[in-house]
Design a protein around this ligand. Structure first.
Ligand SMILES: Nc1ncnc2c1ncn2[C@@H]1O[C@H](COP(=O)(O)OP(=O)(O)OP(=O)(O)O)[C@@H](O)[C@H]1O
Length: 266
């Protein structure tokens, strides 16, 4: 199936051209990201990964081409509908330092809260409490739900940001370098949490720099100078030829059990 055929269970870019400022950062990208799939967008610095992610969220307006969510053009979704379906974790997620973890996660319900200067949009319900509890449990953040954000480590904050995104029960979660600044243990943990959510049906689209983490995804999109250089399962995309063409680095791709390991030769 070509990416331009609308797919009922996917987030699709169709021949997308997007400018960052005046620079043509994304040039003719077509790709389909599925629910229940862990997709990773990879490519060297400046390849257009963040610009693509923002366009998929409707934050950057395309010059041409478009984005479809569940077969419907993104611009036909109302803003509340869209923000319920698509959650975003930016590179540096600003969390309010003096707010307690549970309250931060509750903000993900989108119900508003006067305490944080947000107009309440509807009454808070038991379902909201249950969704917050579940997000805290699934990210192992419940044990510090009463602590202030300022009292958390960087890795713990990242998990709280993830919990807040999950509390909204989105269909897709788009993450820009979610493992940046995390040590190996925390990075693997984030990938493990995301994997669990994917098993439950969430569509994950993550920009990843670490190719050995990206190798754990189900599907990869390799961008180079704003264009798709390769797309498919990790074994098809993470080849020495593709990585030399995009990163300009010679690598060996080894198999370790059922995993791929990328080893730079330089
Ligand atoms: N406001 C802007 N004005 C001009 N050029 C921009 C602007 N924002 C981004 N760019 C350029 O667009 C290109 C794509 O940027 P983008 O941030 O999407 O790349 P990226 O693949 O996410 O990079 P990185 O891995 O370094 O985060 C880069 O060459 C960048 O310099």
């Amino acid at each position: 199936m070509t990416p331009s055929t609308p797919l009922a269970d996917s987030l699709q870019a169709n021949n997308l051209h997007v400018h960052a400022g005046t620079f043509p950062a994304v040039r003719g990208v077509s790709a389909s990201f599925g629910t229940g799939t862990f997709s990773a967008v990879i490519g060297p610095n400046g390849a257009g990964k963040s610009t693509l992610l923002r366009a998929l969220l409707g934050l950057n307006k395309p010059e041409s081409g478009g984005v479809c969510l569940f077969g419907r053009p993104l611009q036909s979704w109302s803003r509340p509908e869209r923000s319920r379906a698509l959650a975003y974790l930016a590179q540096t997620e600003g969390l309010p330092d003096s707010t307690k973890v549970r309250d931060v996660v509750a903000l993900g319900r989108g119900a508003g809260d006067w305490r944080f200067g947000l107009l309440p949009t509807r009454p808070w319900t038991d379902d909201d409490d249950a969704a917050v509890d579940s997000a805290l449990d699934r990210t192992d953040t419940r044990r510090f739900e009463g602590r202030k954000v300022a009292e958390l480590s960087g890795g713990e904050r990242q998990r709280v940001a993830l919990a807040r995104a999950l509390a909204g029960q989105p269909r897709f979660l788009l993450l820009d370098e979610p493992t940046n600044h995390l040590d190996l243990a925390y990075a693997l943990e984030v990938i493990r949490y995301l994997r669990c959510e994917v098993a439950g049906g969430l569509g994950v689209v993550a920009v990843l720099h670490d190719l050995n983490l990206a190798a754990r995804a189900d599907w990869l999109l390799l961008l180079h100078q704003g264009e798709v250089l390769a797309a498919g399962p990790p074994a098809e995309v993470l080849t020495p030829e593709n990585l030399l063409a995009s990163y300009g680095v010679r690598v060996s791709v080894l198999r370790h059990g059922d995993r791929l390991v990328i080893l730079p030769e330089d």
